[in-house]
Design a protein around this ligand. Structure first.
Ligand SMILES: [Mn+2]
Length: 403
């Protein structure tokens, strides 16, 4: 049995005001060819199909065009799509009755009174396969509060158990489990997911997945990776870079082979990048004159497709006409301009520390405030008590609103 695992398409994402429809179209057209070449039986898309709950019509059309093309290239293939935290659970299910005619199974929400709704039973050739198509679990779906990590984790575990109880494991050699969540031990990318795990609220232990699962197909983190050292629990990552922090990483989908329910191979298939992301400079910031020189150097290089370009200017630069000079330097340069970031030298030094801190252990909001204060305001001082108090009050107020 051949399965392809992908997630986090974020269709309809605007990248610094630039539409990404062309890049996404190119990815989906590559995916159709790949599904056919690899003779895929089941395609799993683990959440965040769209970038927002109300995606542009063009993005929705992209999805439906893809399903149509994929099914004509691979008539026997099944497609399973779950909602991520970016998707609207209701909206993603609107086309469910129609899509079922295309062997496409869509799950937007987990209903604890109907756990069987997330279980999809398939027959592939002569083999049975069960798929637990678990979408992103909102605390309200599972009677849990996300402020209390332990209780949320317990409720997530309970949802998986409920779904597993719908399956007769002895009849199902192949059990594929999907999830859209932050599982402990996962590595996060710097800009595009950071906000999702502040305080570790939704970081969940991988032990919640059933032991007899053939494979766990995860979405939510943007870097492809194994989880907790396990071959069969994986994030496949986003197929195209979602932020400049992801520019030096090879995006991919995962092709799996299973024999009688046993995972026998996992092959990353690298997605083509149709637009490059250029950050000038790669590290730190430049003074205006150096930045203009760097732009001239880019002009001398042949650019194949209109790349994204973001500039980083040293915060000590005092020339108030910088924007005019940069515009002049960029004249004739065929790029999608993504703005100028002012970089403090202190911030450069601390950026890595913050990143490491987040990877090692999730930071509490107060720790994040401390890092932000020391990197952007005063590296030698602690956060003033009044600021801490305001943040604490704000958090308490938000928590009471949520309840
Ligand atoms: Mn997500």
């Amino acid at each position: 049995m051949k399965v392809l695992h992908t997630s986090d398409w974020h269709l309809g994402q605007q990248f610094y005001d630039h539409s990404r429809i062309e890049e996404q179209k190119a990815f989906l057209s590559w995916l159709v060819d790949t599904l056919a070449a690899e003779k895929i039986d089941i395609l799993l898309v683990s959440g965040d199909i769209f970038h927002t709950a109300t995606p542009p019509a063009q993005a929705e059309q992209l999805l439906y065009d893809f399903i149509k093309s994929a099914k004509s290239a691979c008539p026997a293939m099944h497609i399973v799509i779950t909602a991520g935290n970016h998707d609207s659970p209701a909206r993603i299910e609107t086309a469910k009755p129609l899509l079922s005619n295309f062997d496409t199974h869509v799950v937007g929400r987990f209903d604890k009174n109907n756990p069987q709704n997330v279980v999809i039973q398939l027959q592939i050739a002569n083999e049975n396969a069960a798929i637990i198509a678990m979408p992103f679990l909102r605390p309200s779906d599972i009677n849990a509060s996300q402020d209390e990590t332990a209780r949320y984790e317990k409720a997530v575990q309970c949802a998986y158990e409920q779904a597993c109880n719908e399956i007769d494991f002895s009849l199902q050699p192949t059990v594929l489990v999907m999830g859209h969540l932050h599982v402990k031990g996962g590595d996060i990318s710097q800009d595009s997911e950071r906000n999702l795990c502040i305080g570790g609220f939704d970081s969940i232990n991988s032990a919640i997945f059933p032991e007899s699962a053939s494979y766990v197909a995860l979405g939510h983190l943007h870097k492809s990776q194994r989880v907790a050292g396990k071959e069969h629990i994986r994030y496949c990552g986003t197929p195209i870079p979602m932020s400049f922090a992801e520019r030096n990483y090879q995006h991919q989908v995962l092709a799996l082979t299973l024999e009688k329910g046993k995972l026998t191979s996992v092959n990353p298939l690298y997605t083509p990048r149709t637009k490059e992301l250029i950050l000038v400079p790669e590290r730190g910031g430049l003074m205006l004159g150096e930045l203009c020189e760097a732009l001239q150097a880019i002009k001398r290089e042949p650019l194949t497709s209109t790349p994204y370009l973001r500039l980083r200017m040293d915060a000590r630069e005092t020339d108030s006409q910088f924007r005019v000079r940069i515009d002049e330097a960029m004249e004739g340069l065929d790029v999608h301009f993504c703005g100028i970031e002012r970089v403090h030298t202190e911030q450069n030094l601390n950026a890595d520390a913050i990143h490491e801190g987040i990877e090692d252990k999730a930071l509490s909001p107060l720790q994040l405030l401390q890092y932000a204060y020391q990197s952007q305001v005063d590296s030698a001082r602690d956060v003033p008590k009044e600021l801490e108090k305001i943040l604490t009050e704000l958090i308490t107020e938000m928590e009471s609103l949520e309840e």
